[in-house]
Design a protein around this ligand. Structure first.
Ligand SMILES: *[C@@H]1O[C@H](CO)[C@@H](O)[C@H](O)[C@H]1NC(C)=O
Ligand SMILES: *[C@@H]1O[C@H](CO)[C@@H](O)[C@H](O)[C@H]1NC(C)=O
Length: 197
């Protein structure tokens, strides 16, 4: 069942549209050719588990690890600094439960950094690496470079490229906080990606 869900998740589903390219010969004005390319919009929905504090059994290891301590504290928060940076290799799952069988659909690998002197605004620079399914999306990646204002309801993720089945992808994502543990600072994030390939 989880595999079926995963397959559905990874099958390009939404819209098909054609992009007609008119190619006109430059040497002979009387000859012209028309080529047609198709673009597919793929919607992927999954959950990202940002684990700063390991909490077994659900989260046996921390997957978001602080690698740089900034020096300038944010206003009213002496424990968070401009420049704090975390390397991430976070689990991606089809549903919000990380322990569900066959839940894993991939990982998100990269980093985030507190990039504002005054706000909880991160630079998120990461690759989503998909590992589910036997189809062309298994092994494909999507690169994102985003501003993540962590307490906003919705954060937009610009897609800057992709590989494999997502080679040359453009589009965007929407990130929402599904749940947060304010003590351990762990978060489960709901992500929708809309990819034009
Ligand atoms: C950051 O600072 C804290 C508190 O001083 C320290 O415990 C931690 O090891 C430091 N982390 C890094 C990556 O330097
Ligand atoms: C995804 O690809 C990897 C590497 O080729 C393979 O080991 C794995 O079994 C594939 N996953 C599924 C669910 O087919």
């Amino acid at each position: 069942m989880a595999i079926k869900r995963t397959m559905q998740l990874l099958i390009p589903s939404l819209f098909l549209f054609s992009l007609a390219l008119a190619v006109t010969g430059t040497e002979s004005s009387s000859s012209s050719a028309t080529a047609t390319a198709t673009k597919t919009t793929t919607h992927l929905r999954f959950y990202m588990h940002d684990v700063i504090t390991a909490t077994p059994p659900s989260y046996p290891v921390a997957t978001a690890v602080q690698v740089i301590n900034g020096t300038v504290p944010l206003p009213n928060d002496p424990t968070t600094h401009f420049g704090d940076m975390f390397a991430i290799d976070d689990l991606l799952t089809a549903g919000p439960d990380p322990t569900a069988p066959s839940a894993e659909v991939g990982r998100v690998q990269g980093f985030f950094q507190f990039a504002s002197l005054t706000e909880y605004a991160l630079l998120l620079s990461a690759n989503f690496v998909f590992t589910a399914g036997s189809g062309k999306h298994n092994g494909s990646t999507v690169a994102v470079l985003a501003r993540d204002v962590i307490f906003d309801d919705v954060r937009e993720l610009p897609v800057v490229g992709g590989t494999g089945g997502f080679r040359g992808a453009t589009g965007y994502g929407l990130m929402r906080t599904h749940s947060i543990d304010t003590v351990g600072k762990n978060a489960v994030l709901l992500i929708d990606l809309y990819l034009d390939v």
